[in-house]
Write a new protein. Sequence first.
Length: 82
Amino acid sequence: MPNCGPRVSIYSHDGELLCRLGHAHAGLEAGQFISPHGLTVDSRGDIYVGEVSFTNWGRRVRAKGEEIPPGLRSLQKLVKVG
């Protein structure tokens, strides 16, 4: 799906969309992504999403010489509920 924003989609083995994580726009809040790049799942079903946050957010938002914005991350853990 083009222009769906920085999201992670989870599909069944049959190609059925089970869940879509993230929002239509990039953000720093929990559950939002800047630029999801890779992911893994642990034995409990928790999802870890790696992001290329500095190159896609830090360069555009900060001026030269300023520090990286607080909360700018490169890994986010999403805990399975239920």
